[in-house]
Design a protein. Structure first.
Length: 395
């Protein structure tokens, strides 16, 4: 029997009564809501579109696929490497990934199976090997994508591709300040006016910049050392330091990272563990400075545009007694994005046109000078610190 309804509200109410069992007449036009369609996705892509694949001579990682609901038959999920995805990804995310050479990686399988009664698959292992012309300055990636399934089950957009970012460990040396003279700066100095002035001879700081570097602390503060030591001091009255409490008023060891901008001191940004490498970045946008620790945004505060003029400006002042080691310092004339800060902590291309200065702090036969690898002539000059060199691996 077919009933015509003149009012949609009446029709909806009638359908509700029917589907609730109150009315038992079979009507055309009343349908129960169907269960959502089952779909497949790459498990590791749920939280992030990227998965890090670190290596030395070789490295590997595993990926799996899953279905939204338990399947009632075996389902084969086919995967492939889709290098065309890189172009779209780079344009969307302002990145510069290049495809890892096909000859230097392998997939353990071309498909994965979700067995009947299950909702997740076995593992697919991606193995990478180093190659002779590996370029540390490039960002390599392998995009793995779901292509088809044996029962035509669709994949979930945005979770059907995972970008495996290949990062080869950088083995190098870092400069460690070894002496313990509390009355002198012991720092590496630079020409603040030359690097950070908006133009030659003016007293305003450039409109945008980024400073970043890696550091490690080997020893606790002692009574004979200063109550702080600097990671950076200069530009527009910025002091990024490690403090042993407020003005040395307590015995926290080995200290907390804080930033002082125009004399205003921040809360603790992170507490330091001995022997652990950290990465910092300061990003200036003409009004504010944003601080990143290990790629994470931890603080932001207003900053003026007056060029700081406190001689000497530099890196690692009063750090001798802490055994602080420094590595991979860069100054950029641009604002680096959070993604760029996270992905380029270990080594960069010294010819990047956005660089103002690049100091690796690796071992040299002339430790009184740290060469500026950017070619801009902003070499660092060593103060009265005694230095040594320690091995470092990044990441």
């Amino acid at each position: 029997m077919k009933i015509k309804f003149k009012n949609n509200l009446i029709k909806a109410l009638f359908c509700f009564l029917l589907l609730s069992g109150i009315v038992s007449i079979t009507l055309i036009g009343c349908k129960k809501e169907e269960k959502n369609q089952n779909s497949v996705y790459i498990t590791q892509a749920v939280n992030s579109s990227m998965l890090s694949l670190p290596m030395d001579a070789t490295g590997s990682t595993a990926i799996t696929v899953a279905s939204s609901y338990v399947v009632n038959e075996d389902v084969t999920v086919n995967l492939s490497v889709d290098t065309s995805y890189l172009k779209t990804y780079n344009e969307t995310n302002h990145t510069n990934y290049v495809a890892y050479p096909v000859s230097s990686f392998s997939l353990s399988a071309q498909s994965l199976k979700i067995s009947s009664g299950q909702a997740s698959s076995n593992q697919l292992v991606v193995t990478v090997n180093s190659f002779a012309d590996y370029n540390y300055a490039l960002q390599y990636a392998i995009p793995v994508k779901i292509t088809t399934t044996s029962n035509s089950m669709p994949s979930i957009s945005g979770q059907n591709t995972i970008l495996l970012t290949v990062t080869k460990s950088v083995h190098s040396t870092a400069t460690k300040l070894a002496d313990n003279d509390a009355n002198n700066a012991q720092e590496y100095t630079f020409d603040n006016n030359k690097i950070f002035a908006q133009s030659q001879g003016v007293t305003t700081v450039r409109s945008n910049y980024t400073i970043e570097g890696r550091f490690m602390v080997a020893n606790n503060f002692t009574s004979s050392t200063r109550w702080f030591y600097s990671l950076f001091e200069g530009a527009n009255n910025v002091f990024l330091v490690i403090r042993n409490g407020a003005n040395g008023g307590d015995s926290r060891n080995p200290g907390d990272v804080t930033i002082a901008i125009n004399g205003n001191v921040s809360p603790t940004l992170t507490s330091i563990s001995l022997g652990t490498w950290y990465h910092f970045a300061l990003v200036y946008d003409s009004k504010n400075i944003t601080v990143y620790i290990n790629g994470k945004n931890v603080y932001q505060a207003p900053a003026g545009n007056a060029l700081f003029d406190f001689a000497p400006e530099g890196i690692a002042s009063f750090a001798g007694g802490t055994g602080m080691a420094v590595s991979e310092y860069r100054v950029w004339k641009t604002m680096r994005s959070a993604k760029q800060i996270s992905l380029n902590q270990c080594i960069i291309d010294p010819k990047d046109p956005d660089l103002l200065a690049y100091w690796r702090f690796d071992q040299t036969t002339t430790p009184t000078i740290v060469k500026d690898l950017s070619g801009n002539g902003n070499d660092l000059k060593k103060g009265n610190a005694t230095v040594s060199y320690v091995p470092t691996v990044c990441p």
